[in-house]
Design a protein around this ligand. Structure first.
Ligand SMILES: Nc1ncnc2c1ncn2[C@@H]1O[C@H](COP(=O)(O)OP(=O)(O)O)[C@@H](O)[C@H]1O
Ligand SMILES: [Mg+2]
Length: 255
């Protein structure tokens, strides 16, 4: 079977306030799903439900056997991440912590694990700041490190929550190129504001706004977005659609 996760009629919320209702989605091995939707629509909550960080109110999440150990088989890059700059942890240690699901911290990390961290550091081209404290990095450098942490265990599923916020264009291009390469060996779920940029990389799109609408291709029109109840506008430059949020009220849904 190619299925990694089957989400069936999932309802999730906080303190009995429902955020996502009756969501169903199947994640298969080769998937690269872009998740879009307005602020407060429940994108991060969906990821947290998959990661087991919030409990479903109702519905089911079925994991294939390979994903039973979610900690080491799902890589997660959380939404930014205002790291305390005084926090005395190095880039190397942050990436190493991505292997913590594998064994108890008390056992310490073996040479094999440290070699793996160095391999990732080389792959991401971040040797120059591998031993700097994390708090001294720029936004783009930080996201590279968190990507390293998310993929160091070679997970079956990689989940990224807005990795393209607060980063430079150069990193954005590098990131999507890297994700394309990673998608050859892992499924990817990517939350992004920018459907125009992600649509040349993702294979399908899910719109999340209290509910989830699955769109099986990477091409999406404003009419389709409207019918999915997703208040996002596409502005087209030539043949490449570029996207901005139609309404951007970060606190509109807060309570
Ligand atoms: N830990 C929490 N406790 C209570 N409410 C929360 C919590 N996290 C998120 N919410 C609320 O759930 C809704 C969806 O949030 P979120 O999943 O972060 O949306 P998105 O990622 O699409 O911006 C928002 O109304 C938000 O305020
Ligand atoms: Mg979010």
């Amino acid at each position: 079977m190619d299925k990694l996760i089957d989400i069936k009629n999932l309802t999730v919320g906080y303190n009995s306030k429902i955020v996502l209702e009756n969501v169903s989605l199947t994640i298969n091995k080769n998937d690269f799903i872009g998740i879009i939707g307005p602020n407060g629509g429940g994108k991060t909550t969906l990821l947290k439900a998959i990661l087991g960080l919030v409990e479903p109110i109702s519905g089911e999440l079925c994991f294939c056997d390979e994903l039973k150990n979610r900690r080491s088989n799902i890589g997660y890059l959380p939404q930014v991440n205002k790291f305390d700059s005084r926090f005395p942890v190095s880039v190397f240690d942050v990436i190493l912590s991505g292997l913590a699901g594998r064994k108890s911290w008390k056992q310490g990390f073996m040479k094999k694990e440290k070699d793996r961290v160095n391999e990732i550091i080389g792959q991401l081209g971040i040797e120059n700041y591998a031993h700097k404290p994390i708090g001294e990095l720029s936004g783009g450098q930080m996201q590279r490190v968190f990507l390293g942490r998310a993929i160091v265990s070679n997970p079956k599923l990689l989940i990224l929550d807005e990795p393209d916020t607060y980063v430079d264009n150069q990193f954005e291009n590098e990131l999507y190129q890297k994700l394309k390469e990673l998608n050859e060996r892992m499924a990817i779920l990517l939350v992004s504001h920018d459907v125009g940029t992600i649509s040349s990389y993702v294979k399908s799109i899910a719109c999340v706004n209290g509910e989830l609408y699955y769109h099986p291709s990477n091409m999406i029109t404003p009419e389709q977005l409207a019918s999915y109840n997703c208040p996002i506008q596409i502005i087209t430059h030539g043949s490449v659609p570029h996207t901005v949020l139609k309404t951007h009220h970060p606190h509109a849904h807060k309570h």
